[in-house]
Write a protein that binds this ligand. Structure first.
Ligand SMILES: Cc1ncc(COP(=O)(O)OP(=O)(O)O)c(N)n1
Ligand SMILES: Cc1ncsc1CCOP(=O)(O)O
Ligand SMILES: [Mg+2]
Length: 221
């Protein structure tokens, strides 16, 4: 078994920014700084899609974003790429159903790093938990333009179904979430919201992150 504290993971889920360089027209390092100032609680480096950086440029950006997270005490998660996560001493990895096997990822990263796994059903959620997932990413909650190969929309009902089945592991909703729809995702049983475009694509990133933080905290109060 692994050693992360489930309550600390749950708190980290609250406002989870997911971002790569293609998700913003601004400097991603400055976007991350502004998002942290606005109140995000967790960051995932997801460098994929048309125009994504590769090789040394990707590694360099990962390090720069990793350092900003370290400076501010925000855990840094790497999407998909377990070896990149190990190379930049990330706090965790997020993998989906079409990525590396979650149990193998757990074995590679050890007990002290966070493992997030995407789940779209009770069965996938149970398998992820058996593999040692610390949290589940569940979505899309709503239609999204940020993931070309996204699963069919589950809606907040997808989270409610997991909770009704007794799945108690920390859960973050993802996909098309805005400050206005955050309450519905939380009410269904999520511990937080994972967001790309509504924060990374905002003209005022800090204000956007702050709106999500207020919406989440309003539901936890
Ligand atoms: C928090 C969170 N939840 C779900 C995902 C989606 O992961 P995946 O299904 O592997 O898709 P990609 O993001 O890799 O395209 C996520 N990244 N983060
Ligand atoms: C990575 C991912 N996984 C499911 S939906 C999605 C995209 C979320 O981006 P946005 O918040 O812009 O809809
Ligand atoms: Mg993936």
């Amino acid at each position: 078994m692994h050693e992360l504290n489930a309550e600390a993971v749950r708190r980290a889920m609250q406002v989870y920014l997911v971002m790569g360089s293609v998700n913003t027209t601004q400097d991603p390092v400055e976007v991350l700084r502004q998002a942290i100032a606005g109140g995000i609680t967790l960051f995932q480096f997801r460098e994929k899609g048309t125009g994504a950086l590769v090789g040394e440029a990707r590694l360099a950006l990962a390090w720069r974003l990793r350092e900003v997270c370290s400076q501010h005490g925000i855990p840094f998660i790497v999407n998909d790429d377990v070896e990149l996560a190990v190379a930049v001493e990330a706090d965790g990895v997020h993998v989906g159903q079409d990525d590396a096997d979650a149990a193998l990822v757990r074995a590679r990263i050890g007990a002290g790093r966070m493992l997030g796994v995407s789940a779209h059903s009770v069965e996938e959620a149970r398998r992820a938990m058996q593999a040692g997932a610390d949290y589940l990413g569940v979505g899309p909650m709503y239609p999204t333009r940020s993931k070309a190969d996204a699963h069919a929309v589950l809606g907040p009902a997808g989270v409610a179904e997991l909770r009704a089945a007794g799945i108690a592991v920390p859960v973050v909703g993802i996909g098309g979430i805005t400050p206005d729809t955050t309450a519905a995702v939380m009410a269904a049983g999520a511990d937080g919201v994972a967001v790309i475009s509504a924060i990374a694509g905002a003209a005022d990133v800090r204000a956007a992150a702050a709106r999500f933080a207020a919406a989440v905290l309003g539901m936890l109060a």
